[in-house]
Write a protein that binds this ligand. Sequence first.
Ligand SMILES: [Zn+2]
Length: 274
Amino acid sequence: MFNKILKRCPLLLFLLVFVGCQPLNNLSAPPKKTQNISHEFKDRLFIRSDNYLAGKAPIDTHEKRAYKYPKNYIIEGNKNTKKVALTFDDGPSIYTTKIIQKLNNYKIKATFFMVGNAIQSFPDLVKKIHNEGHLIANHSWDHTNANEHQYIDKYWQEQITSTNSLIKQLTGITPSLFRPPFGSTSEKIIEKLAENNINTIIWSIDTQDWNNNINTAQNIASIAIKHAHPESIILMHDGGGNRQGTVDALDEIIQYYQQLNYQFVTVDELIALH
Ligand SMILES: [Zn+2]
């Protein structure tokens, strides 16, 4: 009886075979991405600030390089974990001790991108910062603004290895992170650093504390808070000018992120999450 029906109705036969094969098809198909996996990585890496001013490398240049050199040119972490890295440039200076004191009050670690000729003035402070568990990184010897036409070997010797050697001499550790002054660098320099296992680190939130016209504690904290995002790298300064605004902004910034259950990490810890 059933055979007769099937002979008269080939379409029903086809449907029965097709439905019968479905479990097999599913077994052999690759597993579909779950919602969790697809949201683990960021859709886009980008730099945030208020009224970004001219005079630095354009934001889109940083963002394009972050995609071109995903392991060696870092503007922020590429996942969505609640981690944040505070970074301080251009020191050490008389403000560095005040900043370290604030960080230690909250038992958090930060990253200091130091300038070689400033290190010479505060060698004991550099040792102390390192011994307390903060990360010391390279920010050139004399804050020279590199450009696309920079003579690479001269720049390498005078700005990179000189500063790394001095930091190694004081701490025993050769830095593996370099932040170019003004965020200005070239692909040749990025590639030469990468060949030597040194990553170029930019930032994803610019607090503009370098701008003496607007660097009140209130403005600095406001920018750092308004643009909070997972795995951010926050740009601030402990040297290069009057940094009292930066010192005074720290309590509000740290308390805000801690309320949101963010963990403060050094930049090398953030990169390890890649
Ligand atoms: Zn700088």
